[in-house]
Design a protein around this ligand. Structure first.
Ligand code: NSP
Length: 229
């Protein structure tokens, strides 16, 4: 990479540079038709239920992934504070799984009968590959940030001004759209930016490829409910 470009990235942060450079894909992942239909109130409840059931399975796979990032932080991080941020993330996932179970029972979904769809299997496979000790902390924390950021940006849009989100879906949107979750995502972004600033060109390239892959998989994940949108 050109020295000049690298300096620019340092000033505004690598993550911001990538988000601008790949804004169409970022927009596609955070303003998906499913999210827009929640926000304008036209959502088909079957789509929502299908997303909820699939996401429960995803979050179960997400727990060991986040735990693996915690291990990488312990082994590789240059800052003590990283572990506390990631540990907070692990801890909140217990509450998240309980929430999924309550929400599923509210909607009459039997979680034990949910079969993972292809896009979900593929995404969980990506999480599993990221758990390998071969994957650098910088790459894993970048993936972690973007996974959380997509949900934060998406659901915050559903509770923004003028949204017509149905009352019964507001709690879901608040879960990822609230201020505390936004702050948590900012902390993850700060860690990722710090690591990316110090990364070698090779590591930087791997992290950018991972950033794009996560965005692509997020779009595929939303698309699973497309038949019902
Ligand atoms: C597919 C997906 N992406 C992100 C998140 C937020 N942890 C989630 N629950 N599901």
């Amino acid at each position: 990479m050109e020295k000049q470009a690298k300096c620019e990235e340092k000033k505004i942060g690598v993550i911001e540079t990538w988000s601008r450079k790949h804004r169409l894909l970022f927009h596609g992942a955070t303003r998906h038709p499913l999210i827009l239909s929640i926000r304008d109130g036209s959502i088909n409840i079957a789509s929502f239920k299908s997303w909820l059931a699939q996401d429960y399975l995803f979050v179960r796979a997400f727990v060991p992934f986040v735990a693996s990032v915690l291990i990488k932080a312990w082994k590789e991080s240059d800052e003590n504070g990283d572990m506390e941020v990631i540990l907070g993330g692990v801890a909140s996932l217990e509450d998240e799984l309980s929430w999924f179970k309550r929400e599923a029972s509210k909607w009459g979904i039997s979680l034990s009968e949910v079969v993972p769809q292809q896009a979900n299997k593929k995404y969980c496979g990506l999480l599993e590959s990221l758990m390998s000790p071969e994957v650098e902390y910088t790459v894993a924390i970048t993936a972690f940030w973007v996974i959380e950021a997509v949900y934060q940006e998406s659901f915050a849009h559903c509770i923004g001004e003028d949204s017509k989100t149905p009352q019964e879906l507001k709690e879901t949107c608040e879960r990822w759209g609230n201020e505390a979750f936004a702050k948590y995502c900012q902390s993850l972004q700060n860690i990722a930016n710090r690591r990316l600033q110090k990364a070698s060109d090779e590591e930087l390239k791997k992290a950018e490829v991972m950033f794009l892959k996560v965005l692509e998989y997020e779009v595929d994940f939303w698309n699973m409910s497309k038949g019902n949108v």
